[in-house]
Design a protein around this ligand. Structure first.
Ligand code: HEC
Length: 101
């Protein structure tokens, strides 16, 4: 955890919503259908990427605050934010599933 916090940019782990998601324990089995429904059209069914979205399989613990922030708020470019449509627990579940890819 210290490693994650020290590698992450301050604004990210300080964000209460990012911190709330990171505090939850995700369930990959719950995340799989949520990923398929919300993310696979752009990132591919197996998260290996499509021309609409990058490969997400290099998902690492150190990058997690940044990834969670992008899922919550969107990237500001092509990817929408999901904080209005997905619960914190659902995002944690998707993250757990991504770790297994
Ligand atoms: C409409 C297409 C689209 C959807 C839907 C989408 N994404 Fe993305 N995503 C992108 C694009 C494109 C990028 C690259 C940054 C950009 O251009 O906006 C990205 C970037 C990301 C990144 C950062 C990757 C990196 O290496 O920095 C993560 C993490 C991510 N998406 C996760 C998700 C998850 C999880 C979902 C579903 C909840 C999702 N995305 C849904 C298009 C999408």
């Amino acid at each position: 955890m210290i490693l994650i916090l020290s590698l992450a940019c301050a604004s990210r782990e300080d964000d209460p919503e990012v911190a709330a998601v990171l505090d939850l324990e995700g369930l990959a089995s719950q995340g799989a259908p949520l990923y398929a429904e919300n993310c696979s059209t752009c990132h591919g069914e197996d998260a290996s990427g499509l021309d609409r979205g990058p490969d997400l399989r290099n998902f690492t613990a150190a990058g997690e605050p940044r990834y969670v922030e992008q899922v919550l708020y969107g990237t500001g470019y092509s990817m929408p934010g999901f904080r209005q449509t997905l619960a914190d627990q659902e995002i944690a579940d998707i993250v757990a599933w991504l770790h297994e890819q």
